[in-house]
Write a protein that binds this ligand. Structure first.
Ligand code: MSP
Length: 476
């Protein structure tokens, strides 16, 4: 692959980063690092979703103008992702005039294509999801995603998007291009949703001032999702360093949570089709974390700050805890006990232990490292691991790729335990064993790099200098 483009959802600045939101960021960062390593010319975009009544309300509560409010939080989010070592190329804000212009143009194109018509909406709206909801969507009279909040009854004249027109086209897309939504269970979920039937939806708001002006009716603003989704494409257009936007776009992967799959897998392709744009490659859908089996949220007071967690354990420990708790697409739980036990068993006692044992023996036995001195059996094993790992990474299976790497470290520890090089006097034999193990460590370091970049860098340095290091210090 020559080019690679990965995005995460753009977050509402009214929330704060927590481990649930950091999860998408780490997935995307690992994919970006993997593809860069493969030599792909990579773009990685993060950002914030800054329009809508909710944001104007929160800004007023803080006594700020909406723009000052969103800028303040954009700086805060950027600082958090930066401190976690995230390698995004850019941080987009939807209040950037270059983005606003693009969003307007996208809506205008749908309008020119006959897909936008005036109408009136009378129904429920969940302002936390920024979504129109029907009574059949609700659970006990509330939005299923926000059970602590009353939906708002809304009546307004606005403009509708002919979503229903794209129903068969979408089903055909999922059929012909199953890669469009990954993993497969979420493709099936999208299919089932479309099969139930799509109703046209309002894509402009009459009573929300904090938004992008509708190009064909200045009294209205663009519905926040119709303004947010285009961020992925507007960036490729307004960045003057990007010449071949289509090259990135055809390799674009949107990492999204299952709760916003509907917007990404059903609405976004229809918006693009209507405006005459090609589609991104994949909507990569992840599940939800709970913390100690409780939903993450303010009411449970468990929105763990990823930065605090990283200060305590190191960012790699946090990345490992989140990326290897369950397969991408499933739901699962975070707990401090699990983080700590995996840190010890998989990282400190497995990889870290192997690294210090081998470097110690190489130095004490004065072995010369020579990568041509690896046995064919070990070489074959390393090749098999590498192939499996690549296969997993290219299928977005980060959990399985990490598992393969962890298994390789266990293989190395078993190898050293069985061969006991410290008991052997024969120099050739010792050299053979330690050179095998050295290449095992070389590969582990390479394979962990996209997932655990700081530890891989530390291990790299230790190998290069042949100097013992404590890769994962004991937790205090
Ligand atoms: N602004 C929209 C996204 C627009 S993308 C064009 C939005 N923002 S959000 O701030 O609410 O962030 C939501 C993202 O965080 C979603 O992808 C959601 O799935 C994710 N998560 C929120 N809680 C989560 C967990 N507990 N676990 C994993 N992901 C979680 O929606």
């Amino acid at each position: 692959m020559e080019k690679f483009y990965v995005t995460t959802p753009i977050f509402y600045p009214t929330g704060t980063p927590h481990i649930g939101t950091a999860y998408a960021i780490f997935i995307a960062d690992s994919l970006a690092r993997y593809w860069r390593k493969q030599g792909a010319d990579t773009q990685f975009l993060l950002g914030n979703d800054e329009h809508g009544a909710n944001i104007a309300k929160k800004a007023a509560e803080e006594g700020l103008e909406p723009k000052a409010f969103v800028d303040k939080y954009a700086a805060k989010f950027k600082q958090v992702w930066n401190s976690l070592g995230i390698t995004n190329n850019y941080f987009i804000q939807t209040t950037d005039p270059r983005h606003e212009e693009f969003a307007q143009d996208l809506l205008q194109k749908a309008y020119d294509n006959g897909d936008i018509y005036p109408g009136t909406y009378a129904g429920w709206y969940c302002s936390s999801c920024e979504a129109y909801i029907t009574e059949s969507d609700m659970v006990d009279g509330r939005c299923p995603n926000h059970p602590n909040k009353d939906p708002e009854w809304t009546e307004e004249s606005n403009y509708y998007f002919r979503w229903s027109k794209y129903q068969d086209w979408l089903l055909d897309l999922y059929e012909k291009n199953p890669e469009f939504v990954r993993p497969e269970r979420w493709l099936n979920y999208a299919k089932d949703m479309v099969k139930k039937g799509l109703n046209d939806i309002p894509v402009t708001r009459a009573n929300v001032d904090w938004g992008v002006t509708v190009p064909f009716d200045e009294e209205q603003t663009i519905y926040v999702w119709y303004d947010a989704l285009p961020n992925y494409l507007s960036y490729l257009h307004f960045n003057e360093n990007i010449e071949d936007w289509q090259g990135y776009w055809q390799e674009a992967v949107h990492v999204v949570g299952k709760d916003i799959l509907k917007f990404h897998a059903i609405l976004w392709p229809a918006m693009l089709k209507s405006a005459g744009y090609p589609l991104p490659k994949t909507i990569l859908t992840h599940g939800f974390f709970t913390v100690n089996n409780q939903k993450i949220g303010k009411s449970n007071n468990n929105a763990i700050d990823p930065q605090e967690l990283s200060n305590k354990y190191g960012t790699d420990a946090v990345r490992y805890a989140l990326l290897t708790e369950f397969q991408l697409g499933n739901d699962g739980d975070f707990s401090f006990e699990r983080l700590e036990s995996k840190y010890s068993s998989d990282l400190a006692n497995n990889w870290g232990n192997l690294l210090s044992r081998v470097i110690h023996l190489v130095n004490s036995k004065q072995v010369t490292i020579d990568k041509t001195k690896v046995t064919p059996e070990t070489n074959d094993h390393l090749q098999t691991v590498q192939d499996k790992y690549d296969h997993h990474f290219q299928a977005y299976e980060i959990f399985q790729a990490a598992q393969e790497t962890n298994k390789l470290a266990a293989w190395g520890n078993q190898y050293i335990n069985e061969h006991k090089p410290w008991e052997i006097d024969d120099t050739t034999q010792v050299e053979q064993i330690l050179n095998d193990l050295w290449q095992v460590l070389e590969l582990i370091t390479e394979l962990y790099e996209p997932i655990l970049p700081a530890s891989a860098a530390k291990a790299r340095k230790a190998l290069d200098k042949q100097e013992k290091t404590i890769l994962f210090p004991k937790l205090t």
